[in-house]
Design a protein around this ligand. Structure first.
Ligand SMILES: Nc1ncnc2c1ncn2[C@@H]1O[C@H](COP(=O)(O)OP(=O)(O)O)[C@@H](O)[C@H]1O
Ligand SMILES: [Mg+2]
Length: 592
């Protein structure tokens, strides 16, 4: 029972994320479902007069229900009833089918649009998180979260819920109609089959859930192994470790697929049992009616209606069972989906006071660790960076250079201590005002799938690509030594990056990244190993370019080549113990 509550509260939590408009659509859809049920009931109800008129027209002709109808059409003879009754019967069947098809169409459409809303919400939630949240998160979980969970929510939860609602309506409608026609048989039919399905449900529910958790966790592992292996394809090829990875893949994939197949079988297989028992039931009912009622012509219409009703009722009961099982079989992923939806985005009061760097950037007594369990990456450090200076950061890999620079850019907040710009403490409220001053070049430059020109000059914040400052663009291209590359391309600056994808070398990509940062003309430029793929000469040329283009800009650069740092005013070495040593002269370090 408690677990069942779990499903309900999850569904409730889910509907909190469905927009009001979609909820209104859901209500409209429910009305359509009620209409479909009514049509179903009417067509079933009309089966009785139809079958009567075939077997025994006299009986129907004298019935008091049909009397107004007979008078209206001025029917003189019982056999004249045959045509109008058949026509009405056919019409209601057509109408009922059309309505049912519309229910199917609209519920599919609504599920899809709710699914796409939900996916967008998850994506937006994720990329609106602070950087520190991303440093803690396994991105495979996020990718599967968004791709697979939306499918689960739509196909495994929402669609079954709609089916259950419409099925329950139909079950109620048909049961009542049949009950009116023959209570004994109907009660037996309804309770017997509900009982059987309930029993099956009770015994299979835990298996379904267990399988669902296997499926959702294996799926995450599968995406992880795909990401990792394709990301490290060079090593796999060199080490010839393909078999190892295939083995790993198989170990994850096989149990996942089998759990899926099991769940499909469990939720689909009672059909055969129900069909079998249904046929036996109908046969026994026929025997019972013939033995205890007088005259075959009275039994046939009644039997016909019961067969028709059972034939409608049983699939719907089975569908309800299937839907409930499907929901249980997807609980695992559904839970993950809700978690992604409920992920809170920290809302902060944003102060709109501008921050411009006019004196210095200071870190005062700053310590930092990524999480409570980890040890400090930075330990009580104090640094002072003057405006317009060039500061180099050195240190072994993993010593904390990127972390330090991320703190200066306020992507990460110090665990203790403060970052201050011209004496103003940077916190959540003014963080984005500070970040507006910074152009960042990462080691791995991400290129958009568009032209070189747009990759350098396009800003997501300006929608008009006409805004490109061609003079600045050309200057930046020269300063970053991209001119020879551009000249070698038939389309020049308009050449599409995507089309030459692999043809761009690491160094060319990095230079495009630097050009992009320079084009932004920000007062602070941060280069995190952004010249690692360049040769010494090009690197020096570009470093000089940066200073030449923006004389009073402040440059922070992480480098692994000492020669790059020759022009720096100050060199900060990040030590493994999380402390900083300041060097004034490059030559001294190389000697040490
Ligand atoms: N997301 C993270 N979660 C936990 N520890 C991290 C994370 N990122 C980096 N670290 C740890 O912080 C230390 C410094 O990393 P980093 O600043 O990237 O070094 P560097 O840039 O000098 O190579 C390393 O020991 C690394 O293991
Ligand atoms: Mg780094």
């Amino acid at each position: 029972m408690e677990k069942n509550n779990g499903v309900l509260s999850l569904v409730k939590a889910f509907f909190r994320h469905v927009s009001k408009r979609k909820k209104i659509h859901l209500v409209q859809l429910s009305l359509l479902m009620i209409l479909a049920t009514l049509a179903e009931v009417v067509s079933l109800g009309l089966a009785l007069p139809f079958l009567s008129v075939i077997t025994n027209p006299e009986n129907l002709y004298t019935s008091e229900y049909v009397k107004p109808f007979v008078d209206l059409l001025n029917i003189q003879d019982a056999s004249e009833l045959l045509l109008p009754v058949s026509l009405i019967f056919i019409l209601t069947i057509i109408l009922s089918s059309i309505i049912r098809a519309s229910v199917l169409f609209f519920s599919g459409k609504l599920s899809a649009s709710i699914g796409s809303d939900i996916g967008l919400q998850m994506f937006s939630n994720s990329i609106n998180q602070e950087y520190v949240v991303h440093t803690r998160q396994n991105s495979s979980k996020l990718v599967t979260g968004i791709l697979n969970k939306v499918d689960v929510v739509v196909g495994g939860i929402l669609a079954p819920i709609l089916t259950i609602v419409s099925s329950i309506l139909v079950v109620i409608g048909i049961t009542f109609t049949l009950f009116y026609i023959n209570p004994t048989v109907t009660l037996f039919l309804f309770f017997f089959f509900s009982f059987i399905l309930l029993i099956i449900f009770k015994f299979t529910r835990e298996i379904l859930k267990e399988n669902s958790f296997i499926i959702s966790s294996k799926y995450i592992q599968l995406v992880k192994i795909l990401n990792e292996s394709l990301g490290g394809i060079r090593d796999i090829l060199l080490e010839k470790s393909q078999d190892f990875y295939c083995d790993q893949y198989k170990k994850i994939d096989v149990p996942m697929r089998f759990s899926g197949a099991n769940n499909k079988f469990i939720s689909g297989s009672p059909r055969f049992l129900v069909e079998m028992l249904g046929m036996i039931f109908i046969t026994l009912t026929a025997l019972y009616l013939v033995m205890f009622n007088n005259g075959i012509e009275n039994v046939v219409p009644l039997l016909g209606v019961i067969v028709l009703g059972a034939q409608k009722l049983l699939p719907v009961l089975q569908q309800t069972f299937h839907s409930v099982s499907t929901i249980n079989g997807n609980i695992g992923s559904f839970k993950d989906a809700i978690l992604l939806l409920e992920e809170k985005i920290k809302k902060v009061e944003v102060c709109n006071k501008n921050i411009t760097l006019s004196k210095n950037i200071k870190l005062i007594d700053v310590s930092f660790k990524y999480s409570i369990e980890c040890k400090n990456v930075l330990n009580n450090i104090n640094i002072n960076i003057e405006k317009g200076s060039c500061v180099g950061f050195i240190g072994e890999t993993g010593s904390g250079k990127s972390t330090l620079v991320d703190i200066i850019m306020s992507l990460l907040s110090p665990s203790s201590g403060i970052l201050s710009i011209d004496g103003i403490t940077i916190d959540e409220s003014n963080r984005s005002n500070w970040q507006r001053n910074i152009a960042h070049v990462p080691q791995h430059v991400y290129l958009f799938d568009s032209s070189i020109k747009e990759n350098i000059a396009f800003s997501v914040n300006s929608e008009d690509s006409e805004d490109i400052d061609n003079e600045l663009l050309n200057k930046v291209v020269k300063l970053c030594k991209l001119d020879s590359l551009v000249e070698s391309l038939p389309d020049g600056l308009n050449a599409k990056v995507g089309e030459m994808g692999v043809r761009l070398s690491g160094g060319q990509r990095q230079r495009i990244g630097i050009a992009r940062a320079l084009y932004k003309r920000k007062p602070v430029i941060v280069l995190d190993e952004a010249t690692s793929a360049l040769d010494g000469k090009t690197e020096e040329f570009i470093m000089n370019s940066i200073r030449a283009l923006q004389v009073d800009s402040t440059v922070l650069m992480i480098a692994h080549r000492m020669s790059t740092l020759r022009n720096c005013n100050k060199i900060l070495e990040v030590r493994r113990n999380g402390q900083i040593i300041e060097h004034k002269d490059v030559e001294l370090i190389t000697q040490a």
